[in-house]
Design a protein around this ligand. Sequence first.
Ligand code: AMP
Length: 288
Amino acid sequence: MKLARTVEAVRQAVRDARDGGARHVGLVPTMGALHRGHYSLIDAAGRGCDFVVVSIFVNPTQFGPGEDYQEYPRSWQADCAGCESRGVDVLFAPSVEEMYPEGFATTVHVAGLTEGLCGRSRPGHFDGVCTIVSKLFNAVGPDVAFFGAKDYQQAVVVRRMVADLNMPVRIELCPTVREADGLALSSRNQRLSPAERAQAPALFESLRLARELVAGGQRAAAEVVAEIRACLERRAPLGRIDYVEIVHPDTLRAVEEIDGAVLVAVAVRFASARLIDNMLVDPSAPAD
Ligand code: AMP
């Protein structure tokens, strides 16, 4: 595995790979502290591509003031070993100065889709995401980029950006990887206190409850939202609900009547970490 610290180095590595016959270059953008969720994306890239680049960059511009940029978990040695053992070809780990040199002045903004859900409580977050993802796409030039469904809004926003700006890359969405108790894997989970960790599976439980309610015939989104809130308040009293929303999976606009597939999305703020989760719920799907 090659380690690239600069845009020029990663560009050269991909150029060499293409000269050597690589036809499908895959990129997995991450902020490190890699877990099985990230590795599922890396494995998907390995299956679908003949050259895999993983980027590790804790992107300061997607953290708001007072958010956890400084405390964001970092585990460089383990991440390197994990990527190496999975056959990653290039690990791209630039410095902040490499990505945002003196005089940097450009922001990529996707309107509309970024206003609700996480965008409401994290103003500017998706501008930071879109700007860094654009830069990573320009540096690496991947054919396919792999994103996780845990950050569903992020994937929808990136897809919009790619279409609007004619970026020649396909966005692949991979399923959320969970702990045995349903908690979606997240680098931030390691910051939860034992008591918070015990309550954190409530997010997934509340989503399962939503699915059951819809399977049982409930079609009023407001009723489902109220049940989810009650479940979260009961099962995760240490958390403060940031949002519970039922939206159209493409437009991310709030839905009142559930008459097709919807995205049910929740965010809960614990003292040590803010957690998000979501589930696609389709009223025409059989209950399990
Ligand atoms: P992050 O390092 O948190 O920025 O995440 C990098 C990528 O991994 C994003 O596309 C995330 O959606 C994805 N990811 C994070 N957690 C999970 C998970 N539990 N399952 C699947 N993908 C995930």
